[in-house]
Design a protein around this ligand. Sequence first.
Ligand code: NAD
Length: 368
Amino acid sequence: MKIAILPGDGIGTEIVEQAVRVLNVLDLRFESETALVGGAAYEAHGHPLPESTLNLAKAADAVLFGAVGDWKYDKLERALRPEQAILGLRKHLGLFANFRPALCYEQLTHASSLKPELVAGLDILIIRELTGDIYFGQPRGRRTAVDGHFPGAEEAFDTMRYSRPEIERIAHVAFQAARKRHKKVTSVDKANVLETFQFWKDVVTEVHAQYPDVELEHMYVDNAAMQLVRAPKKFDVVVTGNMFGDILSDEAAMLTGSIGMLPSASLDKNGKGLYEPSHGSAPDIAGKGVANPLATILSAAMMLRFSLNQGAAADRIESAVQAVLAAGLRTADIWSEGTQRVGTREMGDAVVASLAGKAIGKTITTKS
Ligand code: NAD
């Protein structure tokens, strides 16, 4: 097993360090190699995704990724901005299915902005298509309008498109994932307005014929956004396109209390994947040692389960995270009265201690 480790920028380096410590304590046999990506790679090599980093990611069985980006790169031309690294990796590795579980831990129900009874026990999985939709459709650009409400005015345009195979493969992924869960898929579209999403709905319905044991419901995206805050526990697997998935997965993230708790996986057709926390590089707290490393640690668990066939080790990490929360340890983003505030490293120490069978509290050296 070979893991490419790409910490990236901002809090990326701090949180990935903790995830690597957790992997190392598990006594698994794997090789790992670390490389620069994002703004850090731009500073060193003039490009956010240097060829050496891309080749390392291609050769590995899985990629553990931190986060990229910083406001200081906002003025760079788009192709050189740190965020292009993640788009490049998705494209070159053929990553088309983004898994974002939104799980509300019992101890954190009060950290959610919704009433505890709405989120207690929440366990939903958002599957976002990653390669198509309006984010990549051509043509796109700026021009002078020849028609519309203001002919002759400057305008910008993008193209929303999905091909049949793109929809079929993500639909199969969703139905197969639902089979391992509560056997329900909600396909989110905007078929009442958009041709692309009428086609999406038709193709998902056709694929469903191969999964009679799974329930399928269709929901318009505006209603899905509403239902996610009204009755989120009614969902099991949600499958949707690139743009709707981008928005809904962030909404679902907040149901669980903090984006610092949420892992994600982006998979290719063979199960190789890139694993990263759902959040960004958080420049506002970078270098302060306060970032929550649990989303990255849980991403490492997803990596063991999905790409490295180490489900038992993944279970152990998830149990250790539960134990640490049960012991009352909290980083600032999830802290509440009566719990113990710890930093990034101390949270990592605690997960490592739990995995090693040691008392969690004994490892804590800093309090605030
Ligand atoms: P962000 O996710 O980095 O931060 C949003 C808020 O959440 C901030 O207040 C931050 O402090 C907090 N936060 C995020 N992760 C946290 C953690 N682990 N623990 C505690 N608090 C945490 O989003 P943003 O501020 O919109 O973007 C910052 C940079 O990250 C931008 O350059 C953006 O382009 C980039 N970004 C990168 C990725 C990626 O690498 N996949 C994803 C999203 C944003």
